[in-house]
Design a protein around this ligand. Structure first.
Ligand SMILES: NC(=O)c1ccc[n+]([C@@H]2O[C@H](COP(=O)([O-])OP(=O)(O)OC[C@H]3O[C@@H](n4cnc5c(N)ncnc54)[C@H](OP(=O)(O)O)[C@@H]3O)[C@@H](O)[C@H]2O)c1
Length: 244
């Protein structure tokens, strides 16, 4: 049972996961690249169940650790400190942001397989990568709620996936096991299960401020486990694009 969640990266997704975790009664140990002092506002918001440390310390403090940095920084994740741990990988490949990674462009590896290769002594599970941070923060529901939302998870270690599924349940989501890290290409950017199913259709003709308000104020669309399976099954590899 996860009691303490370590976070490497405490931005939009890291912050959303940390808020859900504290709301569920977990302790969170946050980190980023600029140093713990730069996380003072988030720690103050989260209260007594949060503290900020270095990435190495977050790696060692967490029963589970969430790696949620831009993919271009994957090789700076502290592999030694993460050895033996289950690491939740939320990362997506956006070449405009991350630069070109030949093994991903060729389809030889998924981004999570690349992360697993760097974290060779950890158990990597992909999760939280296919929902935007605002819906992630607001679509959580208690177990059994009729409007509960499901998220895909993928990984090579069944025990690690079971731990991550339990964490998702604690945070307010059902988990749908979509297979291995190689299979995680079915939840990458550009696939049917990526972001859009969780969002209401965006009205046309919004100006920038209206679009910003729409994004922050529009409730998410519940996506059942059955619907996630349908979307995953409907994925063809041609549908996968890195150009988002
Ligand atoms: N935003 C979304 O809605 C969304 C949805 C699904 C998946 N994702 C994916 O999740 C990942 C995180 O996205 P995000 O939107 O949360 O990004 P973000 O808001 O830019 O936050 C990134 C975080 O990573 C930290 N970081 C960067 N390099 C680091 C390093 N070498 N060591 C430790 N921490 C480091 C940053 O710290 P500093 O600020 O100190 O540099 C920051 O806290 C990305 O791979 C993204 O593709 C995002």
């Amino acid at each position: 049972m996860t009691k303490t969640l370590g976070l490497i990266g405490s931005g939009m997704i890291g912050g959303a996961v940390a808020r859900l975790a504290v709301a569920a009664g977990l302790d969170v140990v946050l980190s980023n690249s600029r140093g713990p002092e730069t996380l003072a506002d988030l720690v103050a918001e989260l209260g007594d169940h949060a503290r900020a440390v270095t990435p190495e310390e977050a790696a060692q403090a967490g029963d589970l650790v969430v790696a949620t940095v831009p993919l271009k920084a994957y090789d700076r994740l502290p592999a030694a400190a993460l050895a033996g741990r289950t690491v939740i990988d939320t990362m997506n490949y956006y070449p405009d942001r991350d630069g070109r990674l030949a093994e991903l462009d060729s389809g030889e590896l998924t981004s999570s397989a690349l992360v697993q290769r760097h974290l060779a002594d950890s158990r990597v599970v992909k999760a939280f990568n296919n929902i935007d941070f605002q819906r992630l923060a607001t679509s959580a529901r208690p177990s059994g709620a009729p409007d509960r939302t499901a998220l895909p998870i993928a990984g090579d270690d069944p025990g690690a996936k079971a731990d991550v599924a339990r964490l998702l349940d604690t945070l307010g989501y059902d988990a749908v096991d979509i297979g291995t890290l190689a299979d995680s290409r079915r939840s990458q950017p550009g696939t049917p299960v990526y972001v859009d199913p969780y969002l209401a259709p965006r009205p046309e003709g919004l100006n920038q401020e209206e679009a910003r308000r729409w994004f922050f104020e529009t409730p998410g669309v519940p996506v059942s486990a059955e619907r996630v399976r349908e979307l995953i099954d409907a994925t063809t590899f041609d549908a996968t694009t890195f150009e988002n």
